[in-house]
Design a protein around this ligand. Structure first.
Ligand code: UD1
Length: 382
């Protein structure tokens, strides 16, 4: 598939389809969609939603806040095992792609939607552009690592956010189709920061917390939340933190379902830990920007913490964003019992915060979407 584009004659109108489906993909795609629709008339772009995420707070709110146009179709794949979810998306997407026969399919990130769309396009010999290519955690037990590796190897244009990502792609023989663009999440963040600044104090008031006086938590990886014993340990550790410092825990639906089973959900401010539903992009960034520290297992949140200069503790043994470990801006821990100690070691460390704010961002300059659109025009256009 990799030399597909070099064999194509240039087309005067590039028919492109963007396939998204899960929360982080809406954020990564929004600036690319906006860039193409407003400034690159040669590209005719349509949007397909796989339906992997379907709750208002996991999907609709991001379309609203990031001004993403409504998708032309929602495949309504919904939840299921990895095989069922991936296969459902593939089956429903194939018909659409056969009808539309686009010149290019864009897929962002590393979710099951990303992989399902890539496999569908690859089998139909439709060129694939991977937005956020080349990330590697080195951990093939993570579904995302499988998804991103296979997508890169089906890809035709690989848009890498960082130099590390470019090196990873070169190591796997994909250097020739890789383009260093910067990270589209920086573009998204820059666009929304003025709105965050205008709303942050109201958001904090709503949670009854003060700037730099609370810890923000997001956890949703199966390795942390699917095992009741592990989740109980984490919850116990958070209660210890909460007895000293308020904790705002934005609870992903997967985590909420597990906490409900353990009867830990539904008690507001359980020992200083406010368990609350997931929020949209503006509220989440407002809470992140003002937190004294973030505890997370999300890839995107590690990076966003770095970009808004907030110390991060990552409850994982690895990260696909090793750049965030620079200057101890992010620290990996695996033992849940270490959570309180790790948090107290960074939460009020003014020198650390200052150091993080002086680190040069390796994630680009906020113009990744422009570069992506230009490469597409150059490679596919006439
Ligand atoms: C998916 C991505 C992960 C990403 C995360 C962001 C994969 C393999 N994983 O994980 O990389 O970091 O999205 O959120 O694609 N659910 C709802 N409502 C929704 C969506 C999900 O209640 O709108 C519940 C369902 O019970 C579902 C569970 O959450 O079974 C997990 O959802 P799923 O899409 O399978 O994976 P995520 O854990 O969200």
């Amino acid at each position: 598939m990799n030399d597909e584009i070099s064999r194509m004659p240039g087309v005067s109108k590039i028919e492109a389809v963007f396939v998204v489906g899960a929360r982080p993909q809406f954020i990564k795609s929004a600036p690319v969609i906006k860039e193409i629709l407003t400034k690159h008339k040669q590209i005719h772009l349509s949007l397909i939603h796989s339906g992997q995420h379907y709750d208002t707070e996991m999907s609709e709110i991001f379309f609203r806040e990031l001004e993403i146009p409504s998708p032309s179709v929602n495949l309504q794949a919904g939840s299921g095992s990895h095989a069922v979810q991936t296969a459902t998306i593939m089956k429903r997407l194939e018909n659409r792609i056969l009808e539309a026969r686009p010149d290019l399919m864009l897929v962002p990130g590393d979710t099951n939607t990303t992989l399902a769309a890539s496999l569908t396009a690859a089998k139909l010999c439709i060129p694939i552009a991977h937005v956020e290519a080349g990330l590697r955690s080195g951990d093939m037990t993570m579904p995302e690592e499988i998804n991103r590796k296979l997508t890169d190897h089906c890809g035709t244009l690989l848009f890498a956010p960082t130099r590390t990502a470019i090196s990873n792609l070169r190591r796997e023989g994909l250097g020739e189709i890789a383009h260093l663009t910067g990270d589209t999440m920086v573009d998204a963040l820059q666009t929304v920061l003025p709105i965050v600044r205008a709303r942050e104090s109201a958001v904090l008031d709503g949670f009854g917390v003060q700037p730099q006086r609370y810890v923000l938590v997001t956890l949703h990886r199966p390795s942390n939340v699917d095992d009741p014993k592990r989740l109980r340990e984490i919850q116990r550790a958070l209660c210890r933190v909460g007895s000293k410092l308020p904790v705002v825990f934005l609870v992903h639906p997967r985590t909420r379902a597990m906490l409900r089973k353990l009867k830990h959900y539904g008690t507001p401010r359980r020992r200083g830990v406010a368990l609350t539903r997931p929020r949209g992009y503006v509220d989440t960034l407002s809470l992140l920007k003002n937190a004294c520290c973030l505890l997370t297992d999300s890839g995107g949140m590690q990076k966003e913490a770095f970009l808004v200069h907030v110390p991060c503790i990552t409850l994982r043994s690895n990260t696909e964003w090793p750049e965030t470990l620079t200057g101890k801006a992010n620290r990996l821990i695996t033992d849940a019992r270490m959570i309180p100690g790790a948090i107290s070691s960074v939460a009020f460390d003014k020198a650390l915060r200052k150091r993080i704010s002086t680190l040069k961002s390796p994630f680009g300059d906020g113009h990744a979407s422009y570069r992506i659109a230009m490469v597409i025009e150059k490679k596919l256009g006439r």
